[in-house]
Design a protein around this ligand. Sequence first.
Ligand SMILES: NC(=O)c1ccc[n+]([C@@H]2O[C@H](COP(=O)([O-])OP(=O)(O)OC[C@H]3O[C@@H](n4cnc5c(N)ncnc54)[C@H](OP(=O)(O)O)[C@@H]3O)[C@@H](O)[C@H]2O)c1
Length: 497
Amino acid sequence: MPENENIPGSTALVIFGVTGDLTRRKLIPALYELMLADRLPENFYVIGFARRDWTDDFLREQMRSGVLEFARNQPVNPEIQNRLLQKMFYLQASFDDTEGYRVLANRLAELKIENCLFYLATPPSAYETIVEQLGAANLPHAHSGWTRIVIEKPYGRNLESAIQLDNAVHQVFDESQVYRIDHYLGKETVQNILVFRFANGIFEPLWNRRYVDHVQLTVAETVGVGTRAGYYETSGVIRDMFQNHLLQLLTLTTMEAPSSFAANPVRDEKVKILRSLRPIHGNTAIDETLRAQYVAGTVDGERVPGYKDAPDVSPHSVTETYLAARVYIDNWRWASVPFYIRSGKCMPRQVTEVAIQFKQVPLSLFGWKNLAGAAPNVLVLNIQPDEGITLRFGAKAPGPINQIQPVSMEFNYEETFGGEPPEAYERLLLDCMMGDATLFTRTDEVHAAWSFTTGILEGWAENPVRNLPIYEAGTWGPQQADPFIQRDADQWRNLDL
Ligand SMILES: NC(=O)c1ccc[n+]([C@@H]2O[C@H](COP(=O)([O-])OP(=O)(O)OC[C@H]3O[C@@H](n4cnc5c(N)ncnc54)[C@H](OP(=O)(O)O)[C@@H]3O)[C@@H](O)[C@H]2O)c1
């Protein structure tokens, strides 16, 4: 992370949607951590914009409780916390209320703000309105320093709506001012994928179609849809996870080395991967993906109702809560290597990992009992929990019976570096203020990711199904998951502990 002296002067963070969940749970605790580490500018203000009838004091009390509950470093330092809270102000207005933006402009002028970061922590349906209103109030160009805008995911619902949103944004902001956030990229272990790959010579020669048999990317959540079923019905795994987090993980795992570790060279390489994805559309959307929905079951010892039992879910819903996809990258490095991508809700364990399965040895020399599996070499990048890296290989088990047993070499982030890694939002908020867009998604990247994803969505729409396969909450997916991966004689990794 950059040092404090690099942080520019008088800066305001304007949070649209300050009364929402993201602000209290993630943004304000992240600001607290940045202030604790002395990384925020001295003249730093937060202006919160939302509809509820709150006052400055009430906002501060809400955020105090957010910091106490969610700050990474506990116990919370009251002096630092107070210093942050004193710089917070509330502005009550609706996003379509022009007067609210006039009041905002006055407030920013009174505070002599040089740099302004607008953060859209709002429902996606509000993005265009806010951007237009900011433009009408001339706020994107009113400051002597920089002005930037952070836009949360989801960025569009398909390619068309993402382009429409981009057009609206570019009417008002230059692309260099736009920071599209995918908080997965702020995770230390996600960034470590690039360090691991490009700061170490040992694995690079193996990182290609000659030595890699296939790759499995998993993002499994134990939670169901909870109270967010209304949102989830319009989203499903494909929009909630696949188009953004999973494709981002895929690009980092497979991209070529950038010419330098700077925003545009990194994003140039990522976009090349997204453009090399073999399109999945029409009937192939049915063959190359597997969707399912959870029914009632038990997760972590607790009884969980089925997806269709949640309020706001149609009894005829075909929204997927589990998605597996077989993806190919048609480029020189990865031609013919299958990438199996899966994500689901109500799974037995929360786990995010990228597992690179290496090929079998050319000739089996040992007529031994092989408990390590046909091809025992797997490199696992553990994104969460248990952040770290594991390399698995076969070893001779001691004793007279000839057995090859799987063993592991492990790097564990917490054991090595001590303490939990910083929260993604800490890094990302600081990067925005520093003007480093490396970990944010560029417009062409968003379009390429949506172009691929929209092919799948259209293929599903052209081949409608009455019901999706089901899986019991607390299991690793539907029974069709095994035949789905076995086409290439593979099996899903067993992620039970
Ligand atoms: N929550 C998370 O952990 C999380 C994680 C990753 C990404 N995100 C993304 O972050 C964004 C915000 O999520 P969230 O969970 O914080 O949503 P949320 O709890 O529903 O909050 C929405 C906020 O927008 C405000 N708002 C909505 N319509 C408004 C209007 N017309 N005028 C003024 N204010 C309005 C609400 O204020 P009032 O209620 O006061 O009107 C509230 O402050 C979403 O795009 C989400 O996808 C969230």
